[in-house]
Each structure stands twice: as structure tokens, then as C-alpha cells.
Design a binder for this molecule. Sequence first.
Ligand SMILES: [Zn+2]
Length: 76
Amino acid sequence: MLSLLLSLRFGCTGCGDPIEATLQCESAADQDGGAAVKIACPGCRTRNQVIFTPDGTIHGVTRARTYERIPEMSLN
Ligand SMILES: [Zn+2]
């Protein structure tokens, strides 16, 4: 199974600070339209939903809904 290490950089939707997150992305989990991951800002704790494709391109960042149950991502 292929495993990709992706480095995503985006601006926090809450405080605007740049966030860099490294993700381990397994190819089996990829979707044709891209994948989404939710990453909490280490500064303001806002949850950002990042839409990306496995080549590391970010297609959009939105504020994630807080009432969803979301597994926590660990930030490096
Ligand atoms: Zn923030």
C-alpha cells in the first residue's frame, strides 16, 4: 500500500495565522474529487477543514462545523 507524506500549508480561518500540517495519506483513502481533513489551529483552536488532492494541492479551506464528531489530528 502506498503511503504519501503530504505537507499542507494554509491560513487559519479563525485567526489568519499560517498553519503547516504534515499528513500521512494512504492512497486507498483518496477520492477522485480530493480529500478533506480537519485540522485545529494550535493558536486559536478553530477547526479548519482543508480540501486537498494527493499531490499536495489545497483546493479550499473552510471553517469546520464544531458539532461534528471529528477525530483529532496531531500537529507536528
Ligand atoms: Zn487560528
